[in-house]
Structures are given as C-alpha cells and as structure tokens.
Ligand binder design. Sequence first.
Ligand code: ADP
Length: 482
Amino acid sequence: MDRYGLWIRGEFVDSNRNECFETRNPADQSVIARVARGRGEDVDAAVRVARSTFESDEWQSMHPAERGRILLRTSELIRRNRDELATLETLDNGKPLKQAQTDIEVSARYFEYYAGVADKILGETIPVSPGYIDFTQREPFGVCALIIPWNYPMQVAARTAAPALAAGNTVVLKPAEETPLTALKLGVLLKEAGLPDGAFNVVPGFGEEAGAALAAHPGIDHVSFTGSVPVGTEVMTSAAKNIVPVTLELGGKSPNIVFADADLEEAARWVVSSIIQNAGQTCSAGSRLLVELSIHDQFLSMVKARLESITVGPGIRNPDMGPIISEKQLRTVMGYIALAEEEGAEILTGGARLEDGELARGFFVAPTLLDRVPQGGRVATEEIFGPVLSTLTFEDVDEAISIANETPYGLVAGVHTRDLSKALTVAKKVRAGQVFINTYGAGGGVEMPFGGYGKSGFGREKGLEALLHFTQLKNVLIRYGS
Ligand code: ADP
C-alpha cells in the first residue's frame, strides 16, 4: 500500500507526530493509501517555508515569464501523467474514470491558461494633476492558503494553485481528508516542472486540525476556501481575526428552468447530466428542476427514462455514476430522501441505496427523481449533495424567477427555452453568479469567472477574475514637475 508524507519544501516528510490516516475507496471501502496527518505544528512549518520562499531572492527575482513557463510545463506533465492521475482520483473519490480523465484535462488547462497570463498582469496609469504621474501595479499577497474539498480534488487544487502561483504568491494547500492524493502528486509534478522548492506545499489532514490551523495562521496573507457554508463561516471568522481576505466558494441549490418551448430532448439531457455528474456531489449541480406546468408530465417522463438508464457502479469500471464519497454523506443523502417523503414529495424513480452484489460494499444511491416538492420546504431549498433531483412547477416567467430565487444560495442557473427574450429576462433576474442558456455546465469552464451570490460565497474563481483575486493593488504617485 502506498504511503504519502506531507509535501513541504519540495519533498515528502513525516508529520511532526509521525501520525497517519487512511484514505479509502468509496466503491468498496478498501484502504488505498496511508497519508501523513498534518496538525497545527505541521501547518506552521509549511507556512514558514512558504513565507521564506516567497521572500527569497530566487522567487522575488524570477521573471514572470519564467513562472509562466513553469506552469506551462506543469500542464504538460499533468497531461503526460493523465492515466495515473485519473486512476488515483477515481480510486480516492469514486467518480467514473471518464469523469476523472476530464478532471485531469481541465486541471492541465488551468495551468496552461494561467501560464499564459503570468507575464500579463497589468496596471493602469491614472490621469492626475499636471506634473504628476500616477500608476497602479498588481502585487502578489504573499502566502496563500488553499483549503479544498473532496468532490473535484485535482481540479480545485489546480484552479486555485495555478492563478495563485501565476500571480507570484507561494502556497500552502490543505486537501480534503477523504481525497488527499492527487494534490500531493501535483506537488511532485510542479517540482519536476521547475518550481522552486517551498513555493507549493501540501498539508493533508483533518479539517478541524490542519484546516482550522491553516485558516487561523497569522502568517497567511489570503485564504481561498471551497466547501460547505458552516466551515466557510468558520474559515472567514478565523481569517477576520488576522484581517486576511478570503474567497469563498460554497454550496448551491441551482435550478434548471425548463420552459414549454424548449428543445425538450436537449433540455432533458442537460437536466440529467447536471445531477448525475459526480453523483450529484457538485456545488454547481442542477439539483432543482423547475418545469413549466403545461409540459410537466411529458418532461418528467423523459427525465425519468434517462435517469433509469444511468449505469451505477465502481468508478474504475467507467459507469455513468459512481458512489457517494462516504458513509456519512450517504446518510445525509438518504436522510433527505426520507425527509422529502415526510414533506409530501413523490419519488418518481430511485429513492434507495443500491446494495446488490458488490455494490453493498460501497455507498451507492440510485438516481432519484422527486416530484411535487413543496416550495419553500427544506428539500426545495437545502443542498443535498447527492443524485437527487427535486422538481417544482411554474406557470409563467415571473413565477419561474421567483421560485429560482427562493433559496439562500445563488451559484448557477440553467434556462431552457427557444425564446431569447425569455432567456435573457431570466438571466437578468435570477440571483446566480453564472447562468447557462440552453446548456448547463461548461466542461470545466476554465476561462469563465465562477462563484456565487448569497450563501454560495463571494469572490470569483476561474478566468482572469481569479487571477486578480490573488493580487493586491498598489498605487504609486510620482511628482516630476516643479
Ligand atoms: P464538505 O461538506 O464538502 O466535506 P467541508 O466544508 O466540510 O466540505 O470541507 C471542505 C474542506 O474544509 C476540507 O478540506 C475540510 O478538511 C476542510 N475543513 C473542515 N473543517 C474545517 C475547519 N473547521 N477549518 C478549516 N477547514 C476545515
């Protein structure tokens, strides 16, 4: 069995207390690897290394184009190691191999994308009084803490680390305890690509130990957190005590709004893929179906048929859908299905754990379609994070918008209609950071700013916007006249 240390100063090291934890395959609960369990003192060591690297001549005198070249080489190395990384991700997280392969390609894209902008982080000149010149420049913060979740381990590591490094920061990353492996491999690839030791460090461990210690560390200059609302609140509270800026990418309860005039076959395809992907464990999952009353029966039977054709099994065999990440998450999902029945919803398909044969060893749930979910109830408004699609019905555009906006979240929204003015009216009025019209999801969406309204968080990841979030602005005024 593989054993992994903490990744600090370009090498694997044991944790200070020499403790480990096991990471398991959610398809059968087998142990994949033993991983060093970082705690406060390990986080402290990693932050110190990241700080001294940030301040070193080697880092400070590196031409931004060279940082770009290192990131570009990293993207090439990720692609070269695609099969190994995808297999590791599938074993650790459970997702189907083809989805893991996509994740690895998207991760390579993040490094490629931010490689290209490392030497194009521009400032402005600002007209001021005669005899003066004023300009701005974007500087790195220093040491960035990246606390990431288990649902897209490699992708989120790449989408946070690539812009942080491109902007000239150094990094301490805390992967989720369920899925620490690909982030550790990323450390090895960054070193191979020529990144100076100490610029990218990984401290695996538990949230309340390594995660909490990292968020509260006074040596951190910026925190990027992707995860749940309660933990996001804790991270922000810790950062607030040090006056450290945070980017929060939290949950969602995103709607797919389907109008009667949509291409229904296409819409059904998007509706199903957006809840099945990663077994619904995606912050931007299309977990609510808002359907126009006049097509309710027809459309639901299309969605139901598609859900019933989904193959479920261990990710390594490449089914359409893999297991839920853990027993705890399985209980949460099953709890919501039971609650849906209590609230008066109807289960049109699924609704049960799958335990036939080998599936009994893992955490598999049948793709589930709920109808007549009561508006404003818990199932209609809370994030389930599983393959459970909640249907609500509307009669006109205004009602669709009002139901769409009836959750505390606002991450993404899908609108399906052939009527452009209807689509744009919804896009304008829906409270969400990203709107998809006649599609859903962006295959990674590396170039497009992504982030939430409301309790889905703030700040933006991806695209040039994310790069700016990893910089702080300095204004310089020069007097040259008399
Ligand atoms: P999820 O519900 O998706 O597991 P969490 O918000 O619990 O999301 O976890 C996201 C990340 O936050 C993980 O890396 C986890 O270890 C970390 N984490 C959990 N608790 C804390 C905490 N108290 N402080 C900082 N990080 C934490």
